[in-house]
Structure formats: structure tokens, C-alpha cells
Design a protein around this ligand. Structure first.
Ligand SMILES: Cc1ncc(COP(=O)(O)O)c(C=O)c1O
Length: 347
């Protein structure tokens, strides 16, 4: 295989992170996210996002971050509103529901929630005979690679607030949203829009592992470490997560530089595909969903890794191509050149 476009975690770790870990390896540190690196990382995250009173915690992966975060916001009889395609609803093996909380999902064409859809999902709630919706779960970018604009996000927050619900944002790929030219939400906006809790993904932006959970709502802060511990996610060797996030958010802007490589590679790929006449929507993130003839997909899959996303017709399917912090221009050029040949043969 020439190159994998399966996902953004096929490569290892950004060398800058490994260097930082290696050169800060033999000092002794306290564990369980009380080490100096976690403290430093949290200071840097608070400064970068301009949210000076936020609590920051470190969790090993996205699924556990979602479970711990959402459970901490819910009473036993409360549930979470999500789009049908939301990661918690489709790709986490029912992890949240295994804790006893129902996901109240609603269909959405573009993978995003809006006030009308929230209203629709909320309408199933009556009284103590039904599950009470308490959290609105969104992802930025969405599972379909679409992005909320500032106005859209504000509308979702207002809608949730008006019904007494919390807003939780899954930011497994928040880096790509921050690096995207197709949304107007910047780092400093996330702390003041009214989101109660969100996480900043590390794993999918060149990290070894780890996600930084940010709690903005003061009512949700005090017991959070108990929730982490009870789910087995309070890491004794937390220093590695602290080191990664301290390095991501130091003055040379590594977090954004890695993300920009992913999104600009996707933009180049999207433009190239468009030039070949392939049906594709450029969404500004690092996930592309072009539609190709099934024969072309078979040929392309002999040389490149990617997922077939959905069947469009008997002859065509949508595939998913993901670029990463490490995708080279060469990989993009090669795919475009090979596809040019495949499409020409098919004519
Ligand atoms: C939006 C989103 N949330 C959560 C996750 C889960 O992350 P993990 O695989 O680290 O558990 C993913 C993984 O792809 C994701 O895309």
C-alpha cells in the first residue's frame, strides 16, 4: 500500500512531542494529573483559549472522555440529545448507554444539531415517565466533517439553555476545526459561548494518546476527579499527557501547525478531486467524502487505504479519505495522479 487515508492516527507521534518527552524523562513527578507537566499544560490551555477560570483534566482517549464527561452531568434518569450520526451513538459500542443513560438521537442531514432538531428530540420528554433530556452533545467538526459557525453554535447553546440543558462538545478533532478556513469560531471563542464542558483532542492531532477535558461550568467542577477515577481513567503516569499538551500549546503553536497540515492536505486533495470531475464537497476539515464509481474504488483500494462510507447506487459509492498531521504533499499528489489514470481507463 502506498499510503493510508483511513484515519488521522495511522502515523505515530509528532517528533516534537517525542523529543519533549525524551528530554523530560528522568525527573520524578507525582502521578494522577498532579504532575508539573499537567499543571503547566493546563496553564497553557487556559491562556491559549482565554478561559482563565476553567478546570482542565486529562483523559486517555475520546470514548472514555465522552463517558466520564457526560456521566458527570447526568442524574440516573437523564439522557443526552445527539444527532443519529453522533460518535457516542454510532461508534462507541454503546459505552454511554452501558452506564444506564439513554441517547435521545435525532436524524440530521448534515451531522449537526440546530434548535429545531433539539426541539424535536426534546419533544419526547413528558414527565417522570420518560427520560429527561439533560445534555446536548455536539461534535466540532461533526462526524460528517461539517462545521458549526459561531452563529450556529450560539443558537444550539441558547436552545439547550432555554430548556435547562447542558452543552457538551466532543472535540476529538477540534484541532481541525480550529485550523479550518470554513468556520469563524476561533480558540478564544470556545470559552465564552456558553459551552459547559468540552475536550481538546490530542490523539488525532499527532499525540501519543490523550485528550484535555475543559470544564467551564463551575457546578460541574468539584467532583470530576471522582468520575474519572471511578471509570478507571485517572492515569498514574499522567506526565505523558501533561508533556504532550504542554508542548502542543507552547509558544511555537505546535497544535495549530499539526492541524494545518491535516486541513491543507485535505484542501489540496479536494481541489484535485474536484478538478478530476469527482463529486465532492470541500468541508474545510481533514475528512473528505468523494463519490466514485465502484470499479474505480476497487482499483484505488489496491494502492491506498480508505473506508467505503456508503452505497450511493448500484454503481457508485461514497468513500472517506482522511488526511493527518503527517500527510505529505507527495502522498496527495500520488493519489491524484493514480486516480487520474484509473478514471481515464474507465472511460
Ligand atoms: C468525534 C469523536 N469522538 C470520540 C472518538 C473516540 O475516540 P477514541 O477512539 O480515542 O476512543 C472519536 C474517534 O474517532 C471521534 O471521532
Amino acid at each position: 500500500m502506498k499510503y493510508s487515508f483511513y484515519d488521522d492516527y495511522s502515523e505515530g507521534v509528532a517528533p516534537e512531542l517525542l523529543d519533549y518527552i525524551a528530554s523530560n524523562n528522568t525527573d520524578q513527578q507525582r502521578g494522577y494529573c498532579t504532575d508539573d507537566y499537567c499543571v503547566l499544560a493546563s496553564e497553557r490551555i487556559r491562556a491559549a483559549f482565554d478561559m482563565h477560570s476553567a478546570d482542565v483534566h486529562y483523559l486517555p482517549n475520546g470514548t472514555v472522555a465522552n463517558v466520564v464527561g457526560l456521566v458527570s452531568m447526568l442524574k440516573a434518569y437523564e439522557g443526552v440529545i445527539s444527532v443519529k450520526s453522533g460518535h457516542i451513538n454510532t461508534h462507541e459500542a454503546g459505552a454511554l448507554e452501558a452506564t444506564g443513560h439513554k441517547i435521545l438521537w435525532v436524524d440530521s442531514q448534515d451531522g449537526k444539531l440546530n434548535p429545531e432538531l433539539i426541539e424535536k428530540a426534546y419533544a419526547s420528554y413528558e414527565d417522570e415517565h420518560t427520560v429527561r433530556p439533560k445534555v446536548v452533545y455536539i461534535t466540532q467538526p461533526s462526524e460528517l466533517g461539517t462545521l458549526y459557525s459561531l452563529d450556529e453554535l450560539r443558537a444550539v447553546v441558547d436552545s439547550a439553555r432555554s430548556k435547562g440543558m447542558y452543552i457538551y462538545m466532543d472535540g476529538a478533532r477540534l484541532a481541525m476545526a480550529l485550523a479550518s478556513p470554513l468556520t469563524d469560531i476561533r480558540m478564544k471563542d470556545y470559552g465564552c459561548i456558553g459551552i459547559d464542558m468540552f475536550y481538546i483532542g490530542g490523539t488525532k492531532n499527532g499525540g501519543l494518546y490523550g485528550e484535555a477535558m475543559v470544564i467551564l461550568n463551575k457546578d460541574l467542577k468539584s467532583d470530576f476527579r471522582y468520575h474519572i477515577k471511578q471509570r478507571g481513567a485517572l492515569m498514574a503516569k499522567s506526565r505523558f499527557m501533561g508533556q504532550q499538551f504542554a508542548r502542543f500549546f507552547d509558544e511555537d503553536d505546535l497544535y495549530m501547525r499539526l492541524a494545518v497540515n491535516a486541513t491543507s492536505s485535505a484542501t489540496k486533495l479536494a481541489q484535485g478531486l474536484h478538478g478530476l470531475g469527482v463529486e465532492i464537497t470541500e468541508n474545510g476539515t481533514n475528512q473528505l467524502f468523494p463519490v466514485l464509481h465502484n470499479d474505480a474504488i476497487t482499483r484505488l483500494s489496491e494502492q491506498y487505504g480508505f473506508y467505503i462510507w456508503e452505497k450511493i447506487s448500484d454503481t457508485q459509492s461514497r468513500i472517506r479519505l482522511v488526511t493527518s498531521w503527517a500527510t505529505s504533499e507527495l502522498a496527495v499528489d500520488e493519489l491524484l495522479s493514480d486516480l487520474t489514470g484509473i478514471l481515464a481507463e474507465g472511460e
